[in-house]
Design a protein around this ligand. Structure first.
Ligand code: DGL
Length: 271
């Protein structure tokens, strides 16, 4: 039994989709979330910059003495996981392994689609993880740089013609490849699930990386004897690098419920 909190971070608010699932399946755990809202998006930046930002995010979360940290960001998971694991003597979970494992189990025809940020697709991390599990799987990957800004600006609902047009353009080659499984390789994309699902059709299974990662984290904490078994609801704290003003209203969209818990602004460049 370990009552220390679990740290969770993302370049922005997308990681809240993973936090939501963590809170749902482990309601007694204390969670500390950091969203780098002042520097989002990470996905169009160089590897060096992404690693530097991720190191600062991690140093900030380490001040809470977490028992584990979840990188609820496809971009950081694909680009900086090894560095963060090497530098930090606590369990550090990324979203790639669990998503690849889910996709490898779900696909029947061996054709898997992958969408993510430019950095995630450039890294080849999802492909490597998939081929180590199922060498026969064929991956059709597509970088979708406009999806994160659309989601962060609330443009993800069915009927939004801009979001639908952009998504259709990105997804056309993936659909044409005949995939039966699509990895939503960025934690912002679950908000676009309706638009993406509608375009891909009912026969394509969508893998939500945040959701898969949360289940994986729970299993690992159980195996390592690190779960908090104390009864009662855990405490949730939120930190952002930009103003907290719009956080509550925006975050509630990602969490699908009102934000309960403190929200504070932090100068992340000081870490
Ligand atoms: N949620 C991040 C991810 O999963 C967004 C990336 C970005 O900031 O560009 O990749």
């Amino acid at each position: 039994m370990d009552t220390r909190p679990i740290g969770v971070f993302d370049s922005g608010l997308g990681g809240l989709t993973a936090l939501r699932e963590l809170a749902r399946i482990m309601p007694e755990e204390d969670l500390v979330y950091f969203g780098d809202t002042g520097r989002v998006p990470y996905g169009s930046r160089s590897r060096e910059v992404i690693i530097k930002y991720a190191q600062q995010d991690m140093s900030f979360l380490r001040t809470f003495r977490p028992k584990a940290v979840v990188i609820a960001c496809g971009t950081v998971s694909t680009t900086a996981l090894d560095v963060l694991r090497e530098e930090n003597p606590i369990p550090v979970f990324g979203v790639v392994e669990s998503a690849a494992s889910a996709a490898a189990h779900v696909t029947k025809n061996g054709r898997v689609g992958l969408i993510g940020t430019q950095a995630s697709i450039r890294s080849g991390a999802y492909e490597r993880a998939l081929s180590s599990l199922r060498p026969d799987v064929d991956v059709t990957a597509r970088a979708c740089p406009l999806l994160v800004p659309l989601v962060e600006n609330g443009r993800f609902r069915p009927g939004d013609s801009v979001a639908e047009t952009v998504a259709a353009e990105y997804l056309a080659p993936v659909k044409a490849a005949g995939v039966d499984t699509l990895i939503l390789g960025c934690t912002h994309y679950p908000l676009m699930k309706s638009i993406i699902g509608e375009y891909m059709g009912p026969d394509v299974a969508l893998v939500d990386v945040g959701e898969q990662c949360a289940r994986w984290v729970k299993r690992q904490l159980e195996l390592d004897g690190l779960r908090n078994e104390r009864p009662g609801a855990g405490r949730h704290r939120y930190f952002v690098s930009d103003s907290t003003e719009d956080f509550a209203s925006l975050a509630s969209i990602f969490l699908r419920e009102d934000v309960t818990g403190e929200v504070e602004q932090v100068d992340i460049t000081a870490y």
